[in-house]
Design a protein around this ligand. Structure first.
Ligand SMILES: O=C(O)C1=C[C@@H](OP(=O)(O)O)[C@@H](O)[C@H](O)C1
Ligand SMILES: C=C(OP(=O)(O)O)C(=O)O
Length: 440
């Protein structure tokens, strides 16, 4: 697995004003929370709707930094996106023939914009276009996706550092037999699955390496079906994709609540005793992170999955030892819940935490230790022995929304917690902390 990132830029380079938020003495968490729309579904839905020939109304749209990056990029390409209300947008697709040809698209730190747009624009852009992002995005590898695009006939040129954005697409993707290494990110595979139906030739996409975060590939396939794209899957090894396909609009599309965000409320519902009802996602979810509920139950929580909501009623936590490769985002919440559990928790097979918003394995180990926990940081795992008593800690968040949100659970400890730069949660959940205040 190739997981090195480019040399680190200090997170203090982030221009956001560093504020702190102290949470202490939270004792209950009851009532109902409505989840915001899923980031993964929202950004796929925006792109797929833009690729349709007709109009699509996207309901329960997430409004956050990541979706804003996708929305602005599509507008720069000439797609009309009307905001009908706070959570509904109407996208007038252009069938992959973009009305405008921007020189450059800025995608912040949104992996779900950078990777799919790289592949889709390689398949559709009529002119060279440069894709760039913030300082952290410029440290997040994209070489395995670019290698696949080159094999498929595209010409892609790195603008600064080999293997990392910014990059310029100079010549279109043709299709054919393409290999892609999925051991660093499933997003490379999802991106190719969205792009290859658009080229004229058929493709055979062969997966190499030990593919990570598999459920996100299933999510992509499910949504492609909803938008009229046909892909033949050969188990977990390969896909056959006819060329010359057209995305067709489902007319309206409902974006499920964010299952990764549900993990913070599930944690709060356990520590605060519930009863808490989490609306927007449930048994019928197409998101892999719904699997968090099963592991939480193994940890001793009382949580029930209904068709479209989850109910949680407290529980006494015990440590678990689990391979959480399938749910890398929600997995972070177990690291902070581990501080409240009896016994040791091991979170395994999460090497790709190192190339996300920050090096999450190192950041989590560093911040967990501030609470008095004993933490072993392995190359792809964390082993956490909780402290006898959680100490108050000021938690650095490294411009990583999930660090801010999962450490908020320490507000349920006697000592409490101070979170630096809580506003970084705007990447996927801008009103998380106001919701936490309301519900606790
Ligand atoms: O496809 C997606 O929507 C995502 C896939 C996962 O990334 P990796 O495949 O890089 O693990 C996940 O961590 C990310 O938040 C969203
Ligand atoms: C890894 C994440 O984001 P991205 O889509 O930028 O990879 C995340 O949201 O946890």
């Amino acid at each position: 697995m190739k997981l090195s990132s480019a040399p680190c830029v200090s997170y203090w380079a982030n221009p956001r004003v560093a504020k702190t938020l102290t949470l202490k003495g939270l004792t209950s968490c009851r009532g109902t929370v409505d989840l915001p729309g899923s980031k993964s579904i929202a950004n796929r839905a925006l792109l797929m709707a833009a690729l349709c020939g007709g109009v699509t109304e996207l309901r329960h749209m997430l409004r956050s930094d990541d979706t804003q990056r996708m929305l602005e990029a599509l507008r720069a390409l000439g797609v009309t996106i009307e905001e009908l209300n706070a959570t509904t947008v109407r996208v007038t697709g252009c069938g992959g023939a973009w009305p405008l040809q921007p020189d450059e698209l800025y995608l912040g730190n949104a992996g779900t914009a950078m990777r799919p747009l790289t592949a889709v624009l390689a398949a559709t852009s009529a002119a060279p276009v440069c894709l760039t992002g913030d300082a952290r995005m410029q440290q997040r590898p994209i070489a395995d996706l670019v290698a696949a695009l080159l094999e498929g006939g595209a010409a892609v040129e790195y603008q600064k550092q080999q293997g990392f954005p910014p990059l310029q697409i100079n010549k279109p993707l043709q299709g054919g037999t393409i290999h892609v290494d999925g051991s660093a990110s499933s997003q490379y595979i999802s991106a190719l699955l969205m792009a290859l139906p658009l080229v004229s030739a058929p493709s055979h996409l062969i997966l190499t390496g030990e593919v990570v975060s598999w459920p996100y590939i299933e999510l992509t396939l499910a949504m492609l079906r909803d938008f009229g794209i046909k892909i033949e899957q050969h188990e977990r090894q390969a896909f056959t994709i006819s060329g010359g396909q057209r995305y067709s609009s489902p007319t309206t599309y409902w974006i499920e609540g964010d299952a990764s965000a549900a993990s913070y409320w599930l944690g709060a519902g356990v520590l605060g005793g519930g009863p808490l009802r989490i609306e927007g996602v449930g048994r019928k979810s197409i998101q892999g992170d719904i699997g968090f509920v099963d592991y939480l139950r193994k940890m001793g929580a009382s949580a029930t999955l209904h068709d479209e909501y989850i109910e949680v009623n407290g529980g006494e936590l015990i440590g678990i030892d689990a391979d959480l490769n399938a749910i890398p985002d929600a997995a972070m919440t177990f690291a902070t819940l581990a501080l409240f559990a009896k016994g040791r928790t091991a979170i395994r097979n999460v090497a790709n935490w190192r190339i996300k918003e920050t090096d999450r394995l190192h950041a989590m180990a560093t911040e967990l230790r501030k609470t008095g926990a004993r933490v072993e940081e392995g190359h792809d795992y964390l082993i956490i022995d909780p402290p006898a008593q959680i100490k108050h800690a000021q938690i650095a968040t490294y411009d990583d929304h999930r660090l801010a949100m999962c450490f908020s659970l320490l507000g349920f400890s006697e000592a409490g917690v101070t979170i630096e730069d809580p506003e970084c949660c705007a990447k996927t959940y801008p009103n998380y902390f106001s919701e936490l205040q309301r519900i606790t």
